[in-house]
Structure formats: C-alpha cells, structure tokens
Design a protein around this ligand. Sequence first.
Ligand SMILES: NC(=O)c1ccc[n+]([C@@H]2O[C@H](COP(=O)([O-])OP(=O)(O)OC[C@H]3O[C@@H](n4cnc5c(N)ncnc54)[C@H](O)[C@@H]3O)[C@@H](O)[C@H]2O)c1
Length: 252
Amino acid sequence: MRLKNKIALVTGAAGGIGSAVARRFAQEGATVIVSDINREGSEKVLDEIRTGGGAGAIMLADVLKEDEIVALFERIKKEYGRLDILASIAGTDVENDTSVDEISYDKMSLNIDVSLKSCIMSCREASKIMMPQNYGRIVNMSSIVYRGSPMQFTYSAAKGGVAAFTRSMALALGMYNITVNALAPALVEVDMIKNILGPEMWEALKQDCSSRYPLGRVGQPLDVANCALFLASDEASFITGQIIEISGGARL
Ligand SMILES: NC(=O)c1ccc[n+]([C@@H]2O[C@H](COP(=O)([O-])OP(=O)(O)OC[C@H]3O[C@@H](n4cnc5c(N)ncnc54)[C@H](O)[C@@H]3O)[C@@H](O)[C@H]2O)c1
C-alpha cells in the first residue's frame, strides 16, 4: 500500500476527478477526508470507499469561503492531529466560450475565486499543519489551458495562477520536506461536462479532441487519479514545483 497510515484531504471529492482521486488514495491505504459542497455526492464517495475496504470521513466545506476553509483544516488538526496529503481539486469554469470583449466581471471573479483563491487558501492552511510535522504532499489542480486558451480566458488565467502559486509554494516549502505539484489535464470525461453539453455536443467534442490528441482519446478520471496518487506517494519524494500535463500528448 503506497499511502498506508496517511491522512489525505481531497477537496472537490464528490466530482468526477475528485471522487476518482479519493477512491484511489483510499485503495492505497490513506484515510481520506472527503470534502465538497455536495453532501449527497460526498456520501456516495465515502460509501464507495468503505465498500472497497477503505477508511474516511466527510467534512463539507465551501472553498469560496475563507472561514469554512480555516474551519475544515482546524477540524482535521483536532480530529487526526496531522495532515499528510492535500489534493486541492475543487473548481469549475463558469465562463467558457466567451469572446475577450465580452468577459464578465462577475464570472471572471467566480472563476478566480473557485480555482485560484481556494487553492491558495487551502495551501496556506495545509502548510500550517505540514510545516511543524516536517512532511507533506500537496497536489493542486491546474489545467492544460494554463498555457492559454482562446475560449477560456478567465479560467485559463485562474489555472495559470495555480501553476505559478504551486511553483512558489514548492520553493518555500521544500525545506520542510513538503512537495507541491500541480495536475494539468486536457479534456477529461466527467458527468458535469456531459450534462452541460448534452450527448450530441459531447460526442462531437470528444471526437474532435480524440483526433487532435496524439494518444487518440480523451482522459478518464482514473488517468488523473493515478498521477495524483504518484505525486502524493513517497515514490515522488524528489519531485516538486512541477506542472504535470495529463493530456495524451495534447499541446506538445
Ligand atoms: N474535466 C476536465 O476536462 C478538466 C480538465 C482540466 C482541469 N479540470 C479541473 O479538475 C477539477 C475537477 O473537475 P471535474 O471535471 O471533476 O468537475 P466536477 O464538476 O465533476 O467536480 C468539481 C467538484 O468541485 C466541487 N465544487 C465546486 N465548487 C465548490 C466550492 N465552492 N466548494 C467546494 N467544492 C466545490 C463540485 O461540487 C464538484 O464536486 C476542477 O478544478 C477542474 O477545473 C477538469
């Protein structure tokens, strides 16, 4: 077991990618704190973890709210006494396919709040626990569009911010034996995107991306979860400050 006796927090753990990360961590022996705003989805994930023989708990928190993030980490410290792994996965894109002259202030703010500020606040709180214990593995969620996107201006800016913040954290926290890396997936097949697009548009997008990605398919949540597991494990103890593209070779 690669994460035996580790305490891991996964935010966005009720979602397509977050739930795969939570299940994968639990399969490898971690006690997984399932955190999200979606109670029903979180309960389903914890059930799956327990059915698979794993252990965990639900701690709901809205990552748009600083006080809820602070309370989440304080509760973890109180109940477990430590935190070994943070996978900061929560996020969404509320401003897709908007032209540059139509960027909305409110949607931009929400994209930056939910992807970037939430990541910064979660890392701040995690570092307060991890620095004194001289151990930590932080896995943040960027996106392949951190390189830029003509369809996702404000989301790509937020995910670019996650990439830059990840590198800054890695520079500062290496001396405490804390690694900080980020995942940068291309299109990953999750229900959220399929539900928004509907079956026809989803199939068209999937075909288009599959034809452009060198490996000839879009990503699956497990592709991302396997990478998160590696970065969270001691096998990756000499890797920090990296933005790992899980992209089937897209954008090479
Ligand atoms: N699916 C993709 O193609 C893709 C590609 C690159 C990056 N990402 C990123 O991966 C992460 C997970 O996305 P996903 O595709 O699994 O989508 P998803 O919608 O299935 O999962 C996102 C989860 O985050 C939770 N969440 C949203 N706002 C929250 C808040 N304020 N507080 C707490 N939880 C909140 C949602 O309830 C949901 O469970 C996101 O950060 C997303 O930007 C996704």
